[in-house]
Design a binder for this molecule. Structure first.
Ligand SMILES: *[C@@H]1O[C@H](CO)[C@@H](O)[C@H](O)[C@H]1NC(C)=O
Ligand SMILES: *[C@@H]1O[C@H](CO)[C@@H](O)[C@H](O)[C@H]1NC(C)=O
Ligand SMILES: *[C@@H]1O[C@H](CO)[C@@H](O)[C@H](O)[C@H]1NC(C)=O
Ligand SMILES: *[C@@H]1O[C@H](CO)[C@@H](O)[C@H](O)[C@H]1NC(C)=O
Ligand SMILES: *[C@@H]1O[C@H](CO)[C@@H](O)[C@H](O)[C@H]1NC(C)=O
Ligand SMILES: CC(=O)N[C@H]1CO[C@H](CO)[C@@H](O)[C@@H]1O
Ligand SMILES: CC(=O)N[C@H]1CO[C@H](CO)[C@@H](O)[C@@H]1O
Length: 352
């Protein structure tokens, strides 16, 4: 019985096996070309489609989803025809794709100004697509397009925020696939601008009717706030000094390096038209108010010259010259403190 069973099982196994094997052999032998075709289709079409279309698409879309954060922009060694630029940035991705991004040449331009003329070309180093990548670039930058660089500085100086785009062609190499795929890196970042250095404080320290040996008759301590994440080495800067619509003198700030946060600098000025100041101080509302509220005049400042180590810096100067900035200076208090002059309403001639 057991023999029979064994035989039966063996038999049935053999019976059921034989036709299958024979069937496959026969089928495979007969339709080998169909299998070959399927393999060819997989090798020739599906794999390349995955490798040439799907992977690059994923790589590009992952790159597009990544976020670029500009932490710090530093401009040093400023000369007429060149400067050193340092960019500290962070690239954030979801980290789901392990990949390397090749080093590339990226251009930077103002997003909100047409045409999109680059003001800088930077060499970005190779990076991985880790969730958070710190990318620092420091390089020598010849001033290739003075107008574009000046426009960037103007936007940075005047606006509360500005949008800057970084773009360039590069390659992504996904881990496990030896091939590198071309991708287009393009990121627009919104960065805080200097907002015309709003909030600048000028505290007079000295004023006189006769000028000192440098021709100055006014000195002050200034606090220049920098709301932005930029550091600029401006060098020796001078400003046209307006009182209402009239130019009354020139303001000087030496060795100016603007950094994020409050910048403390001594200021000096040559006020050529002291008479205009005295007249204004005698007018309402400037002659009114109590204590240091009295005699605070709105002065306009506009860039006049910018020279560092003997080199004119037109890309800063023209940006500073494009705007008027208003600073309120307690000049009445300074005249009271240093010259014992107190201008009443109606002026010195009328009131006293
Ligand atoms: C940078 O520009 C200055 C003129 O502004 C020039 O004298 C100097 O040679 C330049 N430096 C380089 C490395 O090209
Ligand atoms: C990039 O620069 C910032 C400061 O500017 C520094 O804190 C950071 O460590 C630098 N990162 C790398 C990877 O060099
Ligand atoms: C700045 O203000 C002065 C005096 O009001 C004026 O003459 C000049 O045109 C203004 N410049 C700009 C660029 O606004
Ligand atoms: C600024 O001017 C002073 C002279 O007034 C000079 O000694 C100094 O070197 C200048 N600074 C720069 C950065 O050019
Ligand atoms: C103003 O200048 C005059 C003449 O040089 C001088 O005698 C006087 O002490 C100066 N006053 C102040 C406050 O510096
Ligand atoms: C939105 C905004 O204020 N844009 C200004 C930025 O600065 C430039 C240069 O001064 C102006 O032309 C824009 O209007
Ligand atoms: C007035 C102003 O906005 N000051 C800012 C200058 O920059 C520092 C650091 O970036 C900020 O903390 C200040 O608030």
């Amino acid at each position: 019985m057991s023999d029979y069973d064994k035989a039966g099982v063996a038999q049935s196994e053999r019976v059921s096996d034989k036709p299958r094997k024979r069937g496959c052999l026969g089928h495979c032998a007969k339709f080998w070309w169909a299998y070959l075709l399927i393999i060819i289709v997989i090798v020739v079409i599906v794999v390349p489609v995955v490798l040439l279309v799907a992977v690059p698409k994923i790589a590009q879309s992952k790159l597009d989803e990544a976020e670029l954060i500009l932490n710090r922009l530093t401009v040093t060694n400023t000369q007429t025809q060149n400067l050193t630029i340092s960019l500290s940035s962070t690239i954030k991705t979801d980290g789901s794709v392990k990949a390397n991004i090749a080093a590339f040449e990226g251009v930077m331009y103002l997003e909100d100004r047409q045409p999109h003329t680059p003001f800088a070309t930077l060499n970005f180093p190779a990076t991985t697509a880790d969730a958070e990548q710190h990318v620092n670039v420091t390089q020598f930058l010849p001033v290739e397009d003075l107008e574009a660089l000046t426009n960037f500085n103007s936007y940075l100086l005047a606006n509360e925020t500005l949008r800057v785009t970084v773009e360039g062609n590069t390659f992504v190499q996904v881990s496990g696939i030896s091939r590198a795929y071309p991708v287009f890196f393009k990121k627009t970042v919104t960065m805080p601008g200097l907002k015309l250095l709003e909030g600048t404080i000028v505290n007079p320290t000295w004023v006189n009717t006769t000028a000192d040996e440098r021709g100055n008759n006014f000195r002050a301590n200034t606090i220049i706030p920098n709301r932005s994440r930029v550091s600029f080495d401006l060098g020796n800067v001078t400003f046209h000094n307006y009182l209402f619509d009239k130019e009354v003198g020139t303001v000087y700030i030496d060795n100016l390096v603007l950094n994020p946060g409050d910048n403390h600098y001594p200021m000096r000025a040559t006020v050529e038209d002291l008479g205009a100041l005295l007249t204004a101080l005698g007018e309402k509302p400037y002659c009114e108010g109590k204590g240091d509220q009295k005699g605070v005049l709105p002065f306009g400042l506009r860039g006049k010259t910018d020279v560092r180590n003997g080199q004119p810096l037109p890309y800063f100067n023209d940006a500073l010259a494009a705007h008027n900035q208003t600073v309120y200076i307690p000049i009445g208090q300074a005249l009271r403190d240093h010259l014992n002059i107190d201008v009443p309403c109606g002026g010195l001639g009328g009131g006293n």
